[in-house]
Design a protein around this ligand. Structure first.
Ligand code: FAD
Length: 481
């Protein structure tokens, strides 16, 4: 049999700038693309008992895999789809088709590494090997001016060392053709949400309408952001808004699933700067993608520490495992409108802005004194754009257990709410019961006296909860005497 390379797609669901696909085509006569849905990921639970992958991300991945198959078919290839443990499914195909190599993008975080280790060991039993490629980051580790162990421990230190000195690589082109072998077995059917016991999404929010998985949709969205609307030219001014679609890039879910390559995003930004305008906003897209790389580098440098209660810093942040209090936060029923609005958005769409994430995380850890890992796992479950390094790295940062002690910042929720949602539009969108309240009181409904409550038809404790912070701090005071 002529030599075959299996290309195992994971969080790299694209044809453009795909190193493993490019390498496999160069090396082997035939290339066999494969995706494995691991039931543990789609139906399992986290250590605190949350769904491992809620319906938002599941749907996004299903759409992305469907699109990948379509794109591969347009190139004369196909995507083999299997449901099962990757080490078993890959092994069966590798053995039967006597592949010469299995290519994949190397993952660096615990769970993902364990899976790729199991695949590798199983392949060794039949004399085959796993070949690792790159493609998650904007900069390749090999191009950095320092080894992983010496990555600076502050973001600004890192940025200064690379932004003017390390050349950006060009994204790899989409392959012209992908030679597909004579594959006699069933090519596999795309599962549905119901196969993983997930319900449908509500259709009435802009996020649910616009976040559609797949390389095609990701490229379309990027094109809209950069070229059709030129939003990239004003992004720095709009990125902290909360309500609607067109304020931040909304690229994260496509980046996390690998439907878009960060190198391709930056290539578009550079072209825009050349042809249209170069300003602080266009720079800011690069700046944010550097943050993404930075959290991945911290994950590489400190490995499992980003998932541990004491984080990178080894400092104990305390915090309790109080499911009742946590439940109020998670369901958007704390009685603090800015927190509740953000959490309800997350629960209904799988998305939350960066501003929202910083505030709800700070509130959980610093105001409610709950263990940060509970919040991080809840995000892992719900987020459309979940990425282990970005999620746990940011939580480390906010819980004050990250690499940079200066980042242990407290967010004043009321001040943030008034600053970023001055007219209360975001709060009123996500908490309809507060719509009758005038803007100056909607951030803090506790400002309403009995008369106001009757006038606006919002009785605290009945129509909307009393603020939990007052309860929590009262409890604390009572406990400490
Ligand atoms: C507690 C917490 C958890 C988070 N979890 C995740 C996660 O699991 N996955 C994820 O992609 N982002 C995560 N973020 C980062 C950030 O909130 C999202 O990337 C961003 O809100 C997504 O919206 P956007 O694409 O419009 O981002 P924009 O603000 O337009 O930023 C552009 C891109 O830059 C990257 N980026 C921006 N800020 C960050 C950051 N702080 N950390 C890492 N990358 C960043 C993202 O890829 C993003 O798409 C988290 C932030 C916090 C505070």
């Amino acid at each position: 049999m002529d030599n075959i390379a299996i290309v195992w797609f994971r969080n790299d669901l694209r044809l453009h700038d795909n190193e493993m696909l490019t390498d496999a085509i160069q090396k082997a006569k035939f290339v066999l693309p494969l995706y494995v849905f691991d039931p543990g990921i789609f139906t399992g639970t986290t250590s605190f008992g949350f769904e491992k992958t809620a319906k938002f991300r599941t749907k996004f991945i299903l759409e992305s895999v469907e699109d990948l198959r379509k794109q591969l078919r347009l190139k004369g290839s196909d995507l083999i789809i299997r449901i099962g443990k990757p080490e078993e499914e890959i092994f069966i195909i590798a053995k039967e088709y006597k592949s010469s190599w299995v290519y994949c993008n190397r993952e660096r975080t615990d769970e993902e590494v364990k899976v790729q280790d199991r695949v590798e060991k199983k392949l060794w039993t039949i004399g085959q090997e796993l070949r690792f490629c790159r493609g998650k980051m904007l900069y390749y580790t090999a191009d950095l001016p320092f080894p992983i162990s010496q990555v600076p421990d502050t973001f600004s230190g890192y940025r200064k060392e690379i932004e003017y000195s390390v050349p950006l690589r060009k994204p790899l082109p989409v392959p012209e053709a992908i030679p597909f072998p004579d594959f006699k077995d069933d090519r596999g059917v795309l599962p549905t949400l119901a196969d993983f016991s997930k319900g449908d999404l509500p259709a009435d929010h802009i996020e649910n309408q616009n976040f559609k998985g797949g390389e095609t949709e990701g490229l379309k969205h990027l094109n809209h952001f950069v070229w059709e609307t030129n939003q990239i030219a004003s992004y720095k001014d709009t990125r902290n808004q909360l309500l609607g679609w067109s304020f931040s890039t909304k690229l994260s879910a496509w980046l996390s699933t690998g439907c878009l390559s960060p190198k391709y995003v930056i290539e578009q930004k550079l072209k825009f700067e050349e042809k249209v305008i170069k300003n602080e906003s266009t720079y800011w897209l690069y700046f944010e993608l550097l943050w993404r790389d930075y959290f991945r580098l911290m994950g590489k440098k400190y490995e499992n520490r980003i998932f541990q209660p004491r984080g990178i810093s080894h400092h104990d942040p305390g915090g309790s495992v109080d499911y009742a209090l946590f439940g109020l936060w998670a369901t958007g029923m704390t009685g603090v409108p800015f927190i509740d609005a953000n959490m309800r958005q997350l629960n209904s769409t799988g998305f939350m802005s960066n501003r929202g994430r910083q505030n709800v995380a700070s509130f959980l850890v610093k105001d409610l004194n709950i263990k940060w890992l509970m919040g991080a796992e809840y995000f892992e479950s719900l987020l459309l754009d979940y990425d282990p390094c970005s999620n746990y790295g940011n939580w480390n940062h906010i819980a004050g257990v990250g690499n940079d002690a200066k980042d242990d910042k407290y967010y004043n929720i009321l001040a943030q709410s008034r600053k970023y949602d001055p007219e209360g539009k975001f709060i009123k969108y996500w908490i309809p019961e507060l719509r009758p309240i005038p803007a100056h009181m909607v951030h803090d409904p506790g400002m309403m006296n009995q008369e106001d409550q009757h006038k606006y038809g919002v009785i605290l404790g009945k129509d909307y909860p009393m603020a939990v912070t007052t309860k929590a701090s009262r409890l604390k005071i009572e406990k400490t005497g």
